[in-house]
Design a protein around this ligand. Structure first.
Ligand SMILES: N[C@@H](CCC(=O)N[C@@H](CS)C(=O)NCC(=O)O)C(=O)O
Length: 204
């Protein structure tokens, strides 16, 4: 499989899943939004994945599930059964649909406002920080008394959450204010696959 990525983005979660899978993989760093990369993904966003003659596959949550379903022995898809799958899907949707978009005003204020004066940017970013505080708070509360987001061992949702928790450093939020999330972040950051992917992306 071949992953198109930019360092530290949500593609990092897919990179870790490829390492956990234990099969051969390639990675190619791209320039987000560049004309060259838009030939792969017209949105200009990462991750994108190609598996043999699959064509280009997109959307981080679907790619994480694709890899976990393709490599069941790597046990990254959560507890077996209908309920386990529902829990994984619920948290993938929370992370991809609620937490990830909450960062957009921080990374790309022009998606939220057409104004570019400092006061308008500050207003957008204050709203974003408030929203992030609330959404991260829900994850922190869920992790109270738990080592993993779903079940009793690491899964694709743990590493997806980890990547977004890394981004907290680019907000006004302080990770220590979310003690159970901090514990989860440190645990996931010590995973051998996470360390390898971060090394391969030049993040360590
Ligand atoms: N819903 C998409 C979101 C992809 C996305 O926004 N990726 C970010 C990196 S985490 C990106 O490439 N941003 C660049 C841009 O949107 O211009 C997915 O899950 O793959």
């Amino acid at each position: 499989m071949k992953l198109y990525y930019a360092p530290g983005t949500c593609a990092l979660a897919v990179h870790v899943a490829l390492i956990w899978a234990g099969d051969d993989y390639q990675v190619e760093q791209v320039v987000l939004g560049s004309d060259a990369y838009k030939k792969i993904n017209p949105m200009g966003a990462v991750p994108a994945l190609v598996d043999g003659d699959s064509g280009v596959m997109l959307q981080a949550d679907s790619l994480l599930k694709y890899i976990s379903n393709k490599y069941p022995d790597a046990a990254m898809g959560g507890p077996e059964g209908l309920l386990g799958e529902q829990q994984i899907d619920q948290w993938l949707a929370f992370l991809g649909g609620d937490l990830h978009p909450a960062f957009w005003p921080i990374f790309r204020p022009a998606r939220i406002t057409t104004r570019d004066d400092q006061e308008s940017i500050d207003a957008v970013q204050t709203a974003a920080n408030n929203r992030l505080h609330s959404v991260f708070g829900i994850l922190d509360q869920h992790l109270a008394g738990r080592d993993y987001i779903v079940g009793e061992q690491r899964s694709i949702v743990d590493v997806y959450a980890y990547v977004m928790t890394r981004w907290m450093a680019r907000t006004r939020l302080i990770l220590a204010d979310f003690p159970d999330l901090l514990r989860h972040f440190e645990r996931t950051g010590n995973d051998a696959g996470v360390i390898q992917a971060e090394n391969e992306q030049g993040l360590r």
